[in-house]
Design a protein. Sequence first.
Length: 138
Amino acid sequence: MRKKGIAVLGALSIAAGLTGPLVAAGTVSLDLSDFNDDVMRDMDDTMKRLDSDIATRDAKAVASDSSSIKEGLGYAQEYFTKKGNFDDAVRWAKQAQDLVEAVTNSVQTGDFDTSLNKYDSLVKTCRACHNVYKPPDI
């Protein structure tokens, strides 16, 4: 399987080299020059606050953090949709938005154990996408 991934990466790199500059992101090469890195950095900071806000049972802060994160995930979903052929990134962004919604809903009902579980799933979903698409320099 590893050889197949390397071959695909090599083919993408060769093909992309003919079309313009690329950034190697995780295991996929693609042009990310038009991606707003600040969106991801802001979401990363907000994710850390969200974890703390869930732990302190601050429903108002969770709602605010969740709104910001969903906005950023919406940006990522739209970005990868427009790029085309990045169905996994689009799927992860959508799954992450659904998980953020589940975190918010469970906090609103006072079910903080579920909200922590959903938060953990959210982190894993983000990590799955980052393992493939996040450039090493970000």
